[in-house]
Design a protein around this ligand. Structure first.
Ligand code: SAM
Length: 211
């Protein structure tokens, strides 16, 4: 198995649908974002530990979220939960200008290092801090993607999304959530649930207080 085989399998099963996302997955080798001891599992469709009780999501989950996000060339995207940096690099290679926030300093450092091998790294800015309230300084965003489970949709994230923008966010408990796709329209929010998911909890001001 190699990255190309993984991508072809994700496309064959219908997780990857668009050429834009497929090209991004081909450019970014998942093995560069997985800790040394799990390299032999880098192309399995499984989440893997990245330290500090956090995970890199399963590639099929990453593909589902990126397709739901409907990225376009030059889209300004905010990601909450940098983790390994894999998803941020994929979005950059899909043409986006990415701002990604991580709250754990060691993971921020690891993501920076992992990204050294990403051909699109110049389009990613990694920030450190509590991203549960978004990142006001660069708002508004065309897209917001949250890769940790929030108890509810944080109101600042809605404010920081452009009219016509899309947010993909897991909402629910600390173990299981529903994946929401939220479109901000001039006259309000259009929400739909994609299905059940399992993400590590969002902590911080708008996150789970008990996590
Ligand atoms: N997108 C990541 C990747 O490609 O590897 C996977 C993210 S991991 C499933 C969730 C991440 O969200 C963890 O690294 C965790 O530390 C981070 N996180 C949780 N709450 C956060 C918050 N309030 N602000 C920023 N990051 C947060």
């Amino acid at each position: 198995m190699n990255n190309e085989h993984m991508v072809e399998t994700l496309a064959m099963y219908g997780y990857i649908k668009s050429e834009r996302i497929k090209e991004a997955f081909l450019k970014v080798d998942r093995a560069n974002f997985v800790p040394e001891e799990y390299r032999d599992k880098a192309y399995f469709d499984d989440p893997l530990p990245i330290g500090h009780a956090q995970t890199i999501s399963a590639p099929s989950m990453v593909a589902i979220m990126l397709e739901l996000l409907e990225l376009f060339e030059g889209a300004k995207v905010l990601e909450i939960g940098t983790g390994s940096g894999y998803n941020a690099c994929l979005m950059a290679c899909a043409g986006a200008e990415v701002y990604t926030i991580e709250r754990i300093p060691a993971l921020r450092d690891m993501a920076k290092k992992n990204m050294e091998k990403c051909p699109c790294r110049s389009k990613v800015r990694i920030l450190l801090g509590d991203g549960s309230g978004g990142y006001e300084a660069e708002a508004p965003y065309d897209r917001i993607i949250v890769t940790c489970g929030a108890p509810d949709v944080p109101s600042p994230l809605i404010e920081q999304l452009k009219i016509g923008g899309i947010m993909v966010i897991p909402i629910g408990g600390t173990f299981f959530q529903e994946l929401y796709v939220i479109k901000k329209e001039r006259n309000g929010l259009k929400k739909r649930v994609w299905g059940d998911v399992a993400f590590v909890p969002m902590v911080g001001k708008y996150g789970h207080r008990w996590a």
